[in-house]
Design a protein around this ligand. Structure first.
Ligand code: PLP
Length: 394
């Protein structure tokens, strides 16, 4: 339907952090399918898991027990604060599930007839009707009204604003039932959450029985250098969602929660494809490879190397670059407000230099390479970024 503004290349082949277009031109892939290809392209463990699982069993529906689904749920609950998992097929769908869970919790546990879910400005939660409503960016909502009722918005990392908003709804007797935030805002500009802000929100949620939902779709599954973004903030959510990196590039989403808020019962929520043997078998191999190849440590070390290199570039171009920010292997090069340069111009120039990058808004260039990225590849990406910047300023 022509819904995408695309870059003028077609990709035909990949290996590790490299991809080749249909003309045979090689690129270093620091997009990784938008933070999804955890192990890069054609990783032996991934190829093996995919082939083995389709030979064995790929889909049967949730009418039956699925051993791979149980094993993946077990891995996820052992490596997070969650006790329960629901599997679906995308990030938006996982967040839809979180919204349904929050509403049922509000009705059945909190006795709130008309619950409000607070989300942040500049957030991104997906493209379904409920998740564009949750997304605090009017550009994604334009022309799709009427939106879903029951949402309100606050500026991100602003404690006074969220306290005032909760108090305002208390006065109007439309209580806040849940707060849904990204631990680090991805699409909204690679903006990390502030630990003190999130810790105070955790306290408020405990005091008022508000559910704290974290959207970990982009930052979770090791990308931040920890399994989950919330580990960088020193808190635990009641509910969180995962998708992008979870399947290493195959479509899977997950809604996870603590036992204390596990209100969904048989018949409440379902998905035909969700959690089938194929996606769960593959995701399980991604999870295990994170451990066997020490990819969290790699994400931390390579991330530090990347930020160091980008900061050196920033120091040379103080008028153009305002900031380098991020965690692990999700990082943003933030352009200054007064430069006429845009993130898209730099992404295009980087492509000419053989480096694939992706904008996160008009002024932030995002770096989300596979978690297997090597030190040499980081160095090449830094050099290509410097070239791209020089090229787009001349
Ligand atoms: C990408 C993204 C989504 C939406 O995921 P889809 O799989 O595209 O539906 C939701 N939340 C965050 C934080 C994301 O980065």
């Amino acid at each position: 339907m022509g819904t995408y503004g695309r870059f003028p290349i077609a990709l035909a082949k990949g290996d590790g952090c490299r991809v080749w277009d249909t003309d045979g031109r090689e690129y270093l892939d620091f997009v990784a399918g938008i933070a999804t290809c955890t192990l890069g392209h054609a990783h032996p463990q991934f190829v093996e898991a995919v082939s083995e699982q389709v030979r064995k069993l790929h889909h049967v529906s949730n009418l039956y027990y699925i051993p791979e689904q149980g094993e993946l749920a077990q891995w996820l609950t052992e490596h997070s604060c969650a006790d329960r998992v629901f599997f679906c097929n995308s990030g938006a769908e996982a967040n839809e599930g979180a919204i349904k869970l929050a509403r049922k919790y509000a009705h059945t546990v909190l006795n709130i007839a008309d619950p409000i879910i607070l989300t942040a400005n500049a957030s991104f939660h997906g493209r379904t009707l409920a998740t564009i409503t949750a997304t605090g960016q009017p550009k994604y909502q334009k022309n799709f009204n009427p939106l879903v009722p029951g949402f309100d918005y606050v500026p991100y990392n602003d404690l006074a604003a969220i306290e005032a908003k909760i108090a305002e709804h208390d006065r109007n007797e439309r209580r806040v039932a849940a707060i849904m935030l990204e631990a680090l805002q991805g699409e909204g500009g690679v903006n990390p959450g502030d630990a003190a802000y999130f810790q105070r929100i955790r306290q408020i949620c405990d005091e008022k029985q508000i559910l704290l939902i974290l959207d970990e779709v982009q930052v979770g599954m090791g990308r931040s250098g920890k399994y989950w973004g919330y580990e960088n903030l020193g808190i635990e959510p009641d509910v969180f969602t995962s998708a992008k990196g979870l399947g290493g590039g195959i479509p899977i989403g997950a809604l996870l929660c603590k036992e204390s808020c596990n209100v969904l019962k048989p018949g409440d929520h379902a998905s035909t494809f969700g959690g089938n043997p194929f996606v769960c078998g593959v995701a399980l191999s991604i999870c295990r490879t994170l451990e066997t190849e020490n990819l969290l440590e790699n994400a931390r070390e390579r991330g530090e190397q990347l930020r160091g290199g980008l900061e050196a570039i920033a120091a040379d171009y103080p008028e153009t670059i305002a900031q380098v920010r991020g965690w692990g292997l999700i990082n943003g090069l933030v352009l200054s407000a007064d430069t006429p340069l845009t993130s898209i111009a730099i992404v295009k120039a980087a492509m000419e230099e053989g480096l694939l990058l992706v904008p996160a808004g008009p002024k932030v260039v995002r770096f989300v390479p596979p978690l297997i990225v090597s030190a040499a590849e980081i160095d090449r990406a830094i050099a290509a970024t410097r070239q791209a910047l020089t090229r787009s300023m001349s």
